[in-house]
Structures are given as structure tokens and as C-alpha cells.
Ligand binder design. Structure first.
Ligand code: BYC
Length: 481
């Protein structure tokens, strides 16, 4: 078969020749009904009979890989898609640097590899669970369609990890695949594995923040796993990244549109002080200080997803050749990191200081730094909208010590500017920095659905361009209740 094109003749679309891999096909077909049950129970609430204008991958050729059409979500063809195999690929880092990439699981690294695949797999259904109620309050059909596109693709990313588990990890891989359908975001007894994936996504501003900040952690982690010496994981992640770009686009443009609308409304009403929250809210738009609080929350939750700044897990995975660095092959060094150091932010005698640590154990910190640099790009665009509107207000990323549950700063409190403060000050001030119940109630009050074709809620601007070059008044979702 042609690896570029996806075989749609089997129940599970794929470009991995499943029709000749009976055992894996059987395992996946056995898992399929449980997945559909999970989708019906935990996927989007409502709209399952609606026709949604979705893209589906038909190829893994970066020059053209997706087709758009109306699909009912339960009929979406979730498939197994791997980027084409690179001939003579070698392990690009670690102790096995330069040796041929593994096509089978290396026995001595089996447990590490399985753990990383399970963690990656766990986040995908978690995000769908977190977002399941949002369809009911979508600000437009365009946004509703984007939500569902993100959801079905996160579902496909779960399939991607399940394929790796079932094909390469035998019985325990199959058990892990079943567990991925059993855990639930936010569940007291059986939560999802990583912190941010057990938080609520109560409104659309949270959804945009999540797709901007948390999906971007996904991007960084997938890039690192795409470097893996275990070639099937590398190829899987490479294709996932193609889809992931749209998710972050939804976040970045979503936040841009919220800010745009707020600035327009403030200008039209002659408001000169963006911090005059009551006046701004009276216009039915979200004030900039509240947007900053939501940003503080989602950025800090997402920083926790990088693990501890100094981590032997990360060092072991790198040494083993299993998880590399962002853009590993473009870095100009020995790719072994036996003798180099990396500056890590640490608490030293009650102060935040940069301390040189062995580069091998500082890999989480390095990836987190790469992530922060990537996050800044959106802030520049958002701040441009504010300054172009003539307002003196700048959104900023909070300090990495702010509101942390994992790593070096988990036991201290810090302001968004990075000043360490005591418990009492934190408790008194945290409502100034993180969304309060009142903020949540106000945003919640704006979340009324808009389902007329080409219309948008009061608190968000229309997008500059439509999906698949469709016009603004395109019926992105044909709602059937
Ligand atoms: N919450 O050495 P440590 C995505 C645990 S998002 C809870 O500090 P390590 C997506 C850790 O498991 C990307 N527990 O960190 C986005 C370990 O536990 P054990 C998902 C945490 O291992 C949006 C212990 O603390 N993919 O794709 O170097 C929508 C010590 O760990 C957390 C991945 O994350 C936490 N935040 O790094 C949809 C890639 N952090 O084993 C999808 C795979 C740490 O001692 N995962 N712990 O019981 C990894 O590479 C690593 O496991 C981590 C942690 C980066 C997560």
C-alpha cells in the first residue's frame, strides 16, 4: 500500500497496513465499541446527530492531507496515521546516538516508553471530557465547529497512542488501552494522570486559553517524542503535530477576537481606562484585567505539565534515546549532554535564582523555556490589538514561580511579578491574580449560545477568515437536536 494515502476500506482507517496485521486489527476492533461508548458518554454533550463541517485526514502528505465535509461526529473516521518512515533514520540523541532507530520496542526501555505513551494517551480523552459542555454555549456556529474539530482530533490522538500500545506492548498494552477509557477528568477515584487535565473548562474564554496554552504543551511534548529513537512513536507524533497546529490557532485567534471586541466596545463607549471593570462589563464584553487573570491561571497550570525542573525521569528518557529535546536535530551540540550544564530557576535561601545544573537532568526546564518563548508570540499579537486601539494595557506572562503545584516553587507563594509572599498575603491577594467566583459568574453570564448562521455573541469578534475559505455566513454546523 502507499503509505501516503489512508486506507478507508477497513473499519479503522489507517496507513499501517492493518488489513494484513490481523492480530492488531482484532485488538483495535475489540477496543472500538468501548471507545464509542466513551464518546457517547463523555464526548460533546448534544449535537451528536448534527452535521458538522469537519476535516478528515485522507493522506499524510504535508502538501495536502485533509478533506472537509459534513459529518455526524459519531461517524467520524478515527484512524491510525503515521508519517512516512524516513529511510536509514538514526537515534538522534542519548547513549545510543547514531545507531539505527528502533522499529520494535527496545526491551530495556520498555517500561519508560510505555509510561510516556500512556501519559500522552491519557491527556487526549481528558481534554474532550473537560470540554464536553461547551457546545451548549458556543458563541457562533464557526466556534462550535472548531470545538468539535478539536474534539474529534483529540479522539484520534487517543487512537494513535492506543495503536502503539496494542501493537507493541502485548497484553499490558491492551490493559493500558482499556484504562485510558476508564479514567475520567476530575473524577475523585479515577482521575486523569496530569494535573491540568482534571481542571474544569467552564467557559469559552477558558477553552481558548486551554487551546493556546495547554495544547501548546502538547506541541512541545509531541515535538520531543517525535525525536524518539522508537520510530513508530516518532512517526505517530509527527503526524499528530500536523493536526495540533489548528488547535493552537483556535486558541490564539479566539483570544485575539475576544480582545478585539472588548477594545471596540470600550472605544465606542468612550471608556478610556481599561481597568474600569464595572463600566467595561456593563457593555457585555470581557474586561482586559479578567482576561489577564484567566491567562495567569492557564499558563501556570500548563507550566506544571513540564514536570520538575530537575528530573531524573527526563534524564533517563533522554539517555535511553526515547524522548529528545525540542528541535533536537537542529541543535548544534554532542546530543549526549554528558558534560554540559543548563541554567535552572531555583529557590536559593528564599530567593529565585538561576543555578547551573547538569543539562541532562535539566531537560524539563529547557523544554519549558522553549515553551515560554513560543507562548510569547501570541502575547505580542494580543498586545498589538490593544495598543492599536489606543489603550495603555499590556498582557504579560506571570513569573514561573506564580501558582505552581509541581516542581521547585510548589511550596511557596509568589506574585505574578515573581515576588515571594507569605500565605496570608497570598490568600488576601489571590483574587487579584486568578479568576474569582465573581469573575467566573460574570463570564458565565455572557455564555449564551448563538446559533444563527453568520452571527456572533456580543463578547467576541467574527473571525477574519472562515474555515476552508468559507464565507462568514457559512452553516458550519447543521444543528439537529
Ligand atoms: N501532574 O520527574 P518529574 C497534550 C509526576 S499535553 C501530575 O517531575 P517527568 C494535550 C510524574 O508523572 C502533553 N503528576 O517529571 C494538550 C512522576 O510520577 P511517577 C502530554 C505529575 O516525569 C491539550 C513524578 O511527578 N504529553 O498532549 O520528568 C489537549 C515526578 O516527575 C505532573 C506528555 O506529557 C503533573 N503535571 O515529566 C490534548 C508527554 N508532572 O512516575 C492533549 C509524556 C509530573 O514518579 N510525559 N508528575 O509516579 C512526559 O514526558 C512526562 O511524564 C512529564 C513529567 C513531562 C509529564
Amino acid at each position: 500500500m502507499n503509505i501516503m494515502n489512508v486506507d478507508y476500506s477497513t473499519k479503522i482507517p489507517n496507513n499501517v497496513n492493518l488489513s494484513e496485521d490481523r492480530q492488531v486489527l482484532k485488538a483495535l476492533e475489540g477496543w472500538h465499541p468501548g471507545y464509542i461508548d466513551w464518546w457517547n458518554d463523555m464526548g460533546p454533550d448534544g449535537f451528536q446527530q448534527s452535521l458538522v463541517y469537519l476535516r478528515t485526514a485522507y493522506s499524510v502528505d504535508p502538501r495536502g492531507w485533509a478533506k472537509f465535509d459534513y459529518v455526524k461526529m459519531p461517524d467520524y473516521r478515527w484512524g491510525i496515521l503515521l508519517a512516512p518512515q524516513e529511510e536509514n533514520r538514526v537515534i538522534p540523541f542519548g547513549e545510543n546516538y547514531g545507531k539505527p532507530a528502533w522499529q520494535e520496542v527496545p526491551g530495556e526501555h520498555r517500561a519508560t516508553l510505555r509510561r510516556l505513551i500512556v501519559i500522552q494517551g491519557d491527556t487526549e480523552p481528558a481534554s474532550v471530557e473537560q470540554q464536553r459542555h461547551l457546545g451548549k454555549t458556543a458563541p457562533s456556529l464557526y466556534d462550535l465547529r472548531n470545538l468539535f474539530q478539536v474534539n474529534v482530533e483529540e479522539g484520534r490522538h487517543l487512537w494513535a497512542m492506543v495503536y502503539l500500545l496494542q501493537k507493541y506492548f502485548g497484553r499490558d498494552g491492551r490493559e493500558e488501552a482499556d484504562e485510558l477509557l476508564r479514567r475520567r477528568s476530575g473524577d475523585a477515584d479515577s482521575p486523569r494522570m496530569l494535573g491540568a487535565f482534571n481542571e474544569a473548562t467552564p467557559d469559552w474564554l477558558s477553552f481558548f486559553m486551554f487551546t493556546y496554552f495547554t495544547d501548546r504543551d502538547g506541541k512541545m511534548q509531541l515535538h520531543s517524542l517525535a525525536q524518539s529513537g522508537f520510530d513508530p512513536l516518532s512517526r505517530t507524533c509527527r503526524f499528530m503535530l500536523t493536526e495540533e497546529a489548528h488547535h493552537m490557532f483556535v486558541g490564539e485567534t479566539g483570544i485575539s477576537r475576544v480582545i478585539q471586541r472588548t477594545c471596540e466596545a470600550m472605544k465606542a463607549a468612550g471608556i478610556s481606562d481599561p481597568a474600569d471593570i464595572a463600566k467595561v462589563r456593563a457593555l457585555g464584553v470581557i474586561d482586559l484585567p479578567t482576561i489577564q487573570k484567566k491567562l495567569n491561571l492557564h499558563y501556570s497550570l500548563s507550566l506544571d505539565l513540564f514536570g520538575s525542573e530537575v528530573s531524573t525521569n527526563a534524564a533517563n528518557a533522554f539517555n535511553a534515546g526515547i524522548k529528545g529535546r525540542y528541535h533536537e536535530t537542529q541543535i548544534n551540540d554532542d546530543h549526549r549532554l554528558q558534560n554540559s550544564t543548563y541554567p535552572v530557576l531555583k529557590l536559593v535561601n528564599g530567593e529565585i535564582k538561576r543555578v547551573d545544573e547538569p543539562a541532562l537532568t535539566a531537560l524539563n526546564m529547557r523544554l519549558r523555556d522553549d515553551y515560554t518563548q513560543d507562548c510569547v508570540k501570541g502575547l505580542l499579537r494580543w498586545n498589538k490589538i490593544v495598543s492599536t486601539a489606543g489603550y495603555d494595557f499590556e498582557l504579560a506572562l506571570p513569573n514561573v514561580a506564580f501558582h505552581r503545584e509541581i516542581g521547585e516553587f510548589k511550596d511557596v507563594h509568589a506574585t505574578p511579578d515573581g515576588m515571594l509572599i507569605d500565605d496570608a498575603t497570598w490568600n488576601k491577594r489571590k483574587g487579584d491574580w486568578l479568576p474569582s467566583v465573581d469573575d467566573g459568574d460574570f463570564i458565565g453570564s455572557l455564555m449564551t449560545p448563538v446559533t444563527e448562521i453568520g452571527s456572533y455573541a456580543t463578547w467576541i469578534s467574527p473571525p477574519k477568515v472562515g474555515i476552508d475559505n468559507k464565507p462568514g455566513d457559512f452553516e458550519y454546523v447543521k444543528i439537529e437536536t
